[in-house]
Design a protein around this ligand. Structure first.
Ligand code: CP
Ligand code: NVA
Length: 302
């Protein structure tokens, strides 16, 4: 069945998984499909949503989750990732990992005999992108023909959005300061998906251009976990890219606002926007669990 390290891994099944997520959310799947299944959850970084939504999600599917802080694992003391993968595979039915380096998750998946699910790395956040797309569908009715804009850093969250939006027939623009553009390889693949699906991707530092005809505005923190040393420089570089009511007024009337959270009010987004009527951030957070239950079902059900 493979693993979910990148949106690319579910290229042909994104719609199926999102449809399953809607059904699971509506209570339309069988009771306890993952009875007696265990998910190991390895965290090398902090988390509120990912940890709780996977844990509760496994419980609601009839299984259980084990929280493993990398500080407490032998891996944190230097045990090889390959041995960790092989040993955990003898005990559990799936591994969710939030890691500092994407390459570590690839290595874990290479040696694991069970599915590995990426719960955020420096490169991607595919579970967030799935939850975001479920939220778009619920609030905008459909994906096809819609346009989303990500304002801010070319980071893990925007990388996964760049990959997923063309797969669902959506255009995507990114407004980011020079020097903070998305990963080149991600952009190359996203552009391939866009040409296969007849959609468009625009990356620009011109906010006016990026916000043209946009139905959903996304942003994320200016300083991601691991970028703390660049905090002062980033706050300066991203200041013109704050999502405030002036910026929101450049999008279509009725455009929605999304943020993966945690947010820093007064930096990447003002309170009037994130706490205002266009914001759907708490539906988006809730949808982490529904989308991930579909992922767990897809990868772990016999
Ligand atoms: N959005 C997200 O992944 O949140 P956590 O860092 O709280 O898991
Ligand atoms: N880009 C952020 C997302 C947090 C959920 C980070 O990596 O810290």
């Amino acid at each position: 069945m493979g693993s979910l390290l990148s949106v690319c891994d579910i290229k042909d099944d994104v719609k199926y998984i999102l449809d399953l997520a809607s059904k699971i959310k509506a209570g339309e799947v069988e009771d306890k499909p993952l009875e007696d299944k265990t998910l190991a959850m390895i965290f090398q970084k902090s988390s509120t949503r990912t940890r709780v939504s996977f844990d509760v999600g496994m419980y609601q599917l009839g299984g259980r989750a084990i929280f493993l802080s990398s500080n407490d694992l032998q891996m944190g003391r230097g045990e090889p990732i390959s041995d960790t993968a092989k040993v955990l595979s003898r005990f559990v039915d799936g591994i969710m990992i939030r890691a500092i380096k994407h390459s570590d998750v690839e290595e874990l998946a290479k040696y694991a005999d069970v599915p590995v699910i990426n719960g955020l790395t420096d490169l991607e956040h595919p579970c967030q992108a799935l939850a975001d797309m479920l939220t778009i569908k619920e609030h905008l009715g459909d994906w096809e023909g819609k346009k989303i804009c990500f304002v801010g850093d070319g980071n893990n969250v925007s990388n996964s959005l760049l990959l997923i939006s063309p797969l669902l027939g959506m255009d995507m623009s990114m407004a980011c300061p020079k020097g903070y553009e998305p990963n080149e390889n991600i952009l190359k693949i996203a552009n391939e998906y866009a040409s296969e699906n007849g959609t468009e991707i625009t990356v620009t530092d011109d906010i006016g251009v990026a916000l043209e005809n946009v139905d959903a505005v996304f942003t994320d923190v200016w300083v991601s976990m691991g970028d703390e040393a660049e905090k002062a420089q980033r706050e300066k570089d991203f200041a013109p890219f704050q999502v405030n009511s002036d910026l929101m007024s450049l999008a279509n009337d009725g455009a929605i606002f999304l943020h993966c959270l945690p947010a820093v009010r007064g930096q990447e987004v003002t309170s009037d926007v994130i706490d205002g009527p266009q914001s759907v951030v708490y539906d988006e957070a809730e949808n982490r669990m529904h989308a991930q239950k579909a992922v767990l079902y897809y990868y772990m059900k016999d």
